[in-house]
Ligand binder design. Structure first.
Ligand code: VGL
Ligand code: ZN
Length: 198
């Protein structure tokens, strides 16, 4: 079976110096570039928010970044503004090899709904189209790397396995935000769901 590498959100704002920097985020760029040779297909995802996005603490007067709020679709962490459409922070890390990318899935562009997963937005229902893309191309064996381990990588991997794909997360090629133990919680959920963590 062909192997597909899905590189999640390896963007300037998630790397050191960025607006929502993940510690060590830039360390995984070179290893990911190297491992691309081992895959038949490479897909990139890109967090892509309008400045008015409701996941930004700035858009909730008085709210602190990293606090929790309630959205119509459930609890939502309020983040520092990041990956704003058209800004340098929304670009891929300049060192990331994009030459193999067969498609780029953008997510989080609807102002009132966040999207951690590359498959469904945070309401769990609004599709990005990635499932159909993969199915139509017969890409069933998925490997996830990128940022952040405990948010966009984990949510993507969980949606993928729930839809019947074969899912592996290459943990050395991820880095976590680790908000209130979220890294360990994500690992437990992924293991319980049958995802291979290697
Ligand atoms: C992410 C928080 C907000 C991620 C994206 O890529 O993990 N985390 N937006
Ligand atoms: Zn985001």
């Amino acid at each position: 079976m062909t192997k597909t590498l899905i590189v999640v959100d390896l963007q300037v704002d998630f790397c050191p110096g960025g607006k929502l920097a993940v510690a060590g985020g830039d360390e995984i760029v070179a290893p990911i570039n190297e491992m691309m040779a081992d895959f038949d297909s490479v897909i990139l995802t890109q967090d892509w928010h309008p400045a008015s996005h409701t996941s930004f603490a700035d858009n909730h007067p008085g709210a602190m970044p990293f606090s929790l709020t309630q959205m119509p679709y459930g609890p939502q962490v309020l983040w520092p503004a990041h990956c704003v459409i058209g800004t340098p922070g929304a670009e891929f890390h300049p060192g990331l090899d994009r030459s193999r990318a067969e498609t780029v899935i953008r997510k989080g562009f609807r102002p009132t709904i966040d999207s951690y997963s590359a498959f469904f937005e945070n309401d769990g229902r609004t599709p990005t189209g990635l499932t159909g893309y993969l199915r139509e191309r017969n890409l069933e064996k998925l490997y996830f790397v990128g940022l952040a381990h405990d948010f966009c990588v984990a949510w993507s991997a969980l949606d993928a396995i729930h839809q019947g794909f074969e899912v592996t997360v290459i943990e050395d090629a991820t880095r976590a935000i680790d908000l209130n133990g979220s890294r360990e919680t994500a690992r437990i959920k992924m293991r319980e769901a049958g995802i291979s963590l290697i």
